[in-house]
Design a protein around this ligand. Structure first.
Ligand code: PRP
Ligand code: GLN
Ligand code: SF4
Ligand code: MG
Length: 493
């Protein structure tokens, strides 16, 4: 996950970044930060200002003075973090800002590197001092140590050494650079503001909020440079990462869960794909048959399964099973996404705090509940319990994605394989059904998942299939670079 944003050539770059990050809040809720580049009026020299904190965008930047007075400058980058390498602590808040032989440099990363261990060991043995326990910091050291003269060449040099998933925004004294790894795991889009300044963001919903127009995606393997020249001429320069890959591997989970339905990613509307997931789920695992006296009700798990539920219901009715869509769960909007909370004990509590049932709707009914995914099973188990307690006669669970059996090493903080319910129970659907305590359970197949997404694209499906598109010999672990694992993991208790 993680939300990244960048803007170049705008008088209110910090404010636009604030709004951009606000729209991307769903991608990371642990910490946030903004870096701006300000030109000194007299010397013309660039100065970087930054402000970062633990928490949500609106909380960290609560004091308006930070955006309006302190974070001056016409270019900026920002980051919302959902940690995948390194604890959820202050030292790991992005963007990272450094000063090196090429001037100021700031970086924000969405994704996860798969060769962090070997690179970090190598750099450390050569004397490098690390300030954080993230994978992202490695990129900075590799840029700074490059022997190349030209800054873009230094960046290219660094990128050929890293492996895994990375969508990046880099801010320098005179450029905004947007990068996507050659596999294109994570999305990154380019847009233009009405005043001609350029923006890049993880998802296009950030453009809608600030009035930017979507131009195109940053392409897999592309290093897109936006500078004063680009603003004047409209001619953006592209460079390419020197690494050939057999095929792209766009993260299909972006369509299932990560991205907002009002975004366009990988050139496709998320809403459209999500509806199709629901539609095909209705074909593969129909709701139990309704009768006129006993209509089956279908409920969504707000908000991430809303669109798939619509698809499921519309298709069920088309197929002749007259089900009724209902709002049976009410979500408190003051609780964050439970799944991205770092600690298990807090996650369970938050499911209860987050959802309540509408008893009048559920009482004595046969209920189909549609969710986008089951990871550990924490949410689903708790929800089934709540729905049964509300008096439902039967509960049928439908999942708009296949069973998650393998860990993700590319920017999704899936738990260890033992914690994944589908892996723990060896993919035995009947055993999962029993554990959830439902009458029937149906997951979408990998085949239908791929049918829902644009056919001409190549996707990563590793968490469902175990087919990792890149080498993963190192099997990176989130906390392996912490000096004090206990302290690092208990911070949110
Ligand atoms: O099996 P689990 O480990 O419980 O995780 C699966 C749940 O996590 C996500 O929801 P989450 O509540 O995190 O966020 P959302 O509100 O965006 O759906 C997802 O939509 C599932 O409901
Ligand atoms: N999910 C992400 O994109 C995280 C970015 C980076 N790997 C970090 O942990 O900070
Ligand atoms: S393993 Fe799953 S979540 Fe990770 S990049 Fe691949 S499809 Fe996305
Ligand atoms: Mg959910």
């Amino acid at each position: 996950m993680c939300g990244i944003f960048g803007i170049y050539g705008h008088p209110q770059s910090a404010l636009m970044t604030y709004y951009g990050l606000y729209a991307l809040q769903h991608r990371g809720q642990e910490s946030t930060g903004i870096v701006t580049c300000e030109k000194d009026e007299i010397t013309g020299k660039a100065r970087f200002n930054f402000y970062k904190g633990i928490g949500l965008v609106a909380d960290v930047f609560k004091d308006e003075k930070i955006i309006n007075e302190y974070l001056k400058g016409t270019s900026a980058i920002g980051h919302n973090r959902y940690s995948t390498t390194g604890a959820s602590n202050k030292a790991n808040i992005q963007p990272f800002v450094v000063h090196y032989k090429g001037g100021n440099l700031a970086i924000a990363h969405n994704g996860n590197l798969t060769n962090t261990r070997s690179l970090r060991n190598k750099l450390q043995s050569e004397g490098t001092i690390f300030q954080s326990s993230t994978d992202t910091e490695i990129i900075l050291h590799l840029i700074a140590r490059s022997q190349k003269e030209d800054q873009i060449e230094q960046i290219k040099d660094a990128l050929t050494q890293i492996e895994g998933a990375y969508s990046l925004v880099i801010l320098t004294d005179n450029k905004l650079i947007a990068i996507r790894d050659p596999y294109g795991f994570r999305p990154l889009s380019l847009g233009i503001m009405p005043d001609g300044s350029y923006v890049v963001a993880s998802e296009t919903c950030a453009f809608d909020l600030i009035g930017a127009k979507y131009i195109r995606d940053v392409l897999p393997g592309e290093i897109l440079v936006i500078d004063d020249d680009a603003i004047k001429t409209g001619d953006l320069k592209s460079y390419w990462i020197d690494k050939k890959v057999e095929r792209c591997a766009f993260c299909i989970f972006e369509f299932i869960y990560f991205s907002r339905p009002d975004s366009k990613i990988f050139g496709e509307n998320v809403d459209k794909v999500r509806r199709k997931l629901g539609k095909l789920l209705a074909h593969e695992h129909p709701a139990p048959q309704s009768t006129d006296e006993d209509k089956v009700i279908v409920i969504n798990v707000p908000d991430s399964s809303n669109t798939a539920t619509l698809g499921f219901v519309t298709e069920s009715n088309k197929l002749g099973n007259n089900v009724k869509i209902e709002i049976g769960l009410i979500r408190s909007h003051y609780v964050g996404r439970t799944f991205i909370q770092p600690q298990q004990n807090m996650r369970e509590l938050k499911v209860k705090v987050k959802f309540n049932t509408v008893k009048g709707v559920l009482e004595n009914r046969r209920v189909v509940i549609v969710d986008d995914s089951i990871v550990r099973g924490t949410t689903s188990k708790a929800l089934v319990k709540l729905i049964k307690e509300a008096g439902a006669r039967e509960v049928h669970f439908r999942v708009a994605s296949p069973p998650i059996k393998y860990p993700c090493y590319y920017g999704m903080d899936f738990p260890s394989q033992e914690e994944l319910i589908a892996s723990r129970l060896n993919g035995d659907i009947e055993a999962i059904r029993k554990e959830l305590g439902v009458e029937t359970l149906g997951y979408l197949s990998v085949e239908k998942l791929l049918e829902s997404a644009p056919k001409h694209l190549n996707f990563c499906t590793a968490c469902f299939t175990g087919n990792y598109p890149t080498p993963i010999e190192e099997k990176p672990e989130k906390y392996e670079h912490e000096l004090n694992i206990k302290e690092a993991t208990e911070r949110f208790d």
